[in-house]
Ligand binder design. Sequence first.
Ligand code: ADP
Ligand code: MG
Length: 345
Amino acid sequence: MAKPWRRALLALAAVGLLLAVRLYTSKQDNARGLIHVQRSLMGTVWNIDVMEEGRPEAARQAVEAAYRELERIDGLMSEWKPDSPVSAINQAAGGAAVEAPEELCAILRRSVDYGEKSAGAFDITWRGMGRIWRYDEDFVPPSDQAIEKARANVNYRDLEITGNLVRLKRAGMSIGLGGIAKGYAVDRALGILNRAGFANALVDGGGDIRVSGTKNGTPWQLGIQDPRAERGSLLGRVAMTGGALVTSGDYERFRMVDGVRYHHIINPRTGRPARGTTSVSVMAPSAEQADALATAIFVLGREKGLALAEAENVDAMLIDEQGNTHRTDGFARRFEAAPGKERSQ
Ligand code: ADP
Ligand code: MG
């Protein structure tokens, strides 16, 4: 064979080999094209899943940026960090107004709106109950008197927001964003992944989940915990390619005393853990909306709660203390019960 031919053939073979290697690796990338990073933050476990789209390094950087955003929001909105702007508002309760960052003022205004929409079931001043419902080792059920006294500190209407000046009217009042900030943080983290060019992603902050796109071409499968079974045992699941699914449950933080469950979702009307419901899941466009509404619906119970879901144009499912399931039509359509877990409406 003439020399130039040999060279051309060799070059062709080399190109072929390169192509084969490329195809092989991209196929491999497809099979393991998902980046999964789990971390503890805001008192819960976070999971971020991103399809790396052939850009694993950039995807990892985007996940890091998302986690940095979560930490930033925690620093801004935590009521447990003594140097946070929320703590500054709480420390000044009953005194002068405190200037707060616009981002915080905005979520406070939205929180007040959720208070209005839910007839006070959602109330970020729940924290005025003080230490009463803190479930540490030495928790003892408080007396009726102590509850009544603390309940006087709870009323979102006594949170004044004028421009960027925020004031709690009375000493003893206190705000806590545990029922809404996680949802907001989920939205922000997903936004960062999407803007970095990763359209297929999932952010899960301890059961507050928002997704976009798909996982390897199939919708994200989101499981809903059975409130009275061991962790990981699912009631069923929902397939989603966009929007949020948030679940509030009485099994997240609680203590049992003499057969009574004391948990972390407080009914502002009674000043006690909300009764009658064990779990509420809400599907909504944003995780913040789903988060706030899940807490509100939990407190309101079946009838008023599902009416609120309808009024807000979101889908919801509520499990009552008897284990019965109540759902909006939209939720019923999209929910796929786990075998043997379907219960009456
Ligand atoms: P989960 O922790 O299961 O996601 P939620 O989103 O319902 O549950 O948040 C419960 C948290 O919300 C509580 O730990 C507390 O910080 C706060 N909270 C409790 N009761 C209320 C209420 N009535 N309105 C607003 N926030 C509340
Ligand atoms: Mg909530």
